[in-house]
Design a protein around this ligand. Structure first.
Ligand code: BGC
Length: 444
């Protein structure tokens, strides 16, 4: 089993090469087999001097955050935010109304009203699913992922769908900019660290955005001077199954998922899926009667019950008898009494799948940075957010370690800074909304 999950240095080299090919094709034209490489219409770097308060909505894979962001103009900001867990019902049917209801609650609880002389509160909208943008405040949903499947949405403008729900619920808010969460993360990091070149999410899902020169974006029909943030949608890498280390456990997950054959990279990297790959691998050991005397539990038999957070607990369990692992297995998952050998086997499975995730994550990051070799001569910050980056044991340390091999020790040790942009996606949306709104006449 160990060999199946291994991602050798040579494999990473192949992945980086293929990544570059796919980026290039995606920048030239839309092609379902290549990386989407979506122009975002964000073409101005923040200065850190932006000031003012803005509303931001951050619709992620797990939560909806409604925030009021106050930019202080000195590279710092304050955030007033309320988090709403997205209900299964919202994920499957009434998402837009759910969003409107949460915004109404936030405005009510914090007594927020349109600014003087205006009828609506301008707002930046972070939308963490692939949309093909046709402007800074419009974008058509290309597909759902991360377990969402709201009907009648694919192909439609998500700003319009949300804005209509605001009207139905009498919510006085106007979305003036829509950004991907990676774009928000990049902008937030750039607000404090001007050398930020990339924003990444390693969380429930995974993706990145980076600054690209407009003359490199062949499919961009507008002005060719300057640069623009491009949303890679890298979760879609290798949908044609050329270079990634697929195991039967990945194939099982993929086959049962609502987006079979899509987002295969994301399914090997991100928090929503790792636990499920581990569950499949553990059950394979059970079926071979190699652990738990061949017995499972009702809980473990159900899909997505082995949370990625359990993997974190297990891989960081350094107790001699693996007691934290015992608690997860026996108390949380209701398995029959386990032996130390069982627990070691489970820990080993979790380690292999976690290590594969971080090595593939680093491969993607290195590929993007290497695609702009001129950047590696000066200092580079990468803004990162997400539960894997924040909570998975040693995730950041391993990203640095792998990067040393592919970006060079000198660059990584002296010029590369991976920076947590906590809750950055919402703040970034507010920064973009602010620049857009400043350019417009007041809405009355
Ligand atoms: C989505 C991306 C998003 C990423 C991280 C992926 O599933 O397709 O748009 O940036 O998750 O949230």
């Amino acid at each position: 089993m160990a060999r199946g999950f291994a991602v050798t240095d040579d494999r990473i080299r192949i992945i980086i090469k293929e990544f570059h090919k796919s980026m290039k094709v995606g920048l030239e034209h839309d092609n379902k087999d290549a990386l989407p490489m979506i122009p975002t219409f964000v073409n101005r770097r923040p200065t850190g001097k932006e000031t003012g308060s803005f509303l931001a909505l951050d619709l992620g894979g797990t939560n909806l955050r409604v925030c009021q962001v106050s930019l202080n103009g000195d590279t710092t900001y304050q955030l007033l935010q309320q988090k709403f867990t997205i209900t299964p019902e919202a994920k499957e049917s009434r998402l837009w109304d759910f969003v409107a209801e949460c915004v109404a609650v936030f405005l009510e609880e914090h007594d927020l009203h349109p600014p003087q002389g205006r009828r609506v509160i301008p707002c930046g909208y972070t939308f963490s699913f692939p949309i093909f943008q046709t402007g800074i405040s419009t974008g058509n949903l290309s597909m759902w992922n991360k377990g969402f499947s709201v009907p009648n949405s694919v192909g439609r403008d998500v700003v319009n769908l949300t804005q209509s729900a605001f009207q139905r619920h009498h919510v006085p808010v106007e979305i003036v900019a829509v950004v991907n969460d990676t774009v928000g993360t990049l902008m937030t990091s750039a607000y404090s660290f001007p050398d930020t070149q990339m924003g990444i999410i390693f969380g429930t899902g995974t993706n990145a955005a980076y600054w690209e020169r407009l003359d490199n974006i062949g499919k961009w029909a507008g002005d060719r001077l300057g640069e623009m943030v491009v949303n890679l949608e890298w979760g879609a890498f290798d949908n044609t199954a050329l270079v990634l280390p697929y195991t039967m456990h990945d194939n099982k997950l993929n086959r049962k998922s609502s987006n079979h054959g899509l987002q295969v990279y994301e399914k090997m990297i991100s928090g929503l899926f790792l636990g499920e790959v581990a569950r499949n691998a553990i059950l394979a050991l059970v079926d071979q009667r190699l652990i738990f005397c061949g017995r499972s539990s009702e809980i473990l038999n159900k899909s997505y019950t082995f949370d990625t957070a359990y993997m974190s607990e297990i891989v960081s369990d350094d107790s001699p008898d693996l007691s934290a692992t015992k608690t997860v297995l026996e108390s949380t998952l209701d398995l029959p009494p386990t032996t130390l050998i069982d627990r070691k086997a489970v820990k080993n499975v979790c380690n292999m799948i976690g290590t594969r995730s971080v090595r593939l994550s680093a491969a993607a990051m290195c590929a993007v940075l290497l695609s702009r070799p001129e950047l590696l001569k000066s200092s580079v910050s990468v803004g990162i957010d997400g539960s894997m980056y924040q909570f998975y044991p040693d995730f950041e340390k391993n990203l640095y370690d792998v990067s040393r091999t592919f970006l060079g020790k000198d660059f990584v040790d002296n010029r590369l800074a991976l920076r947590l942009a906590k809750d950055g996606s919402g703040v970034g949306a507010a920064i973009v909304a602010m620049t857009v709104d400043n350019d417009r006449k007041p809405v009355t």
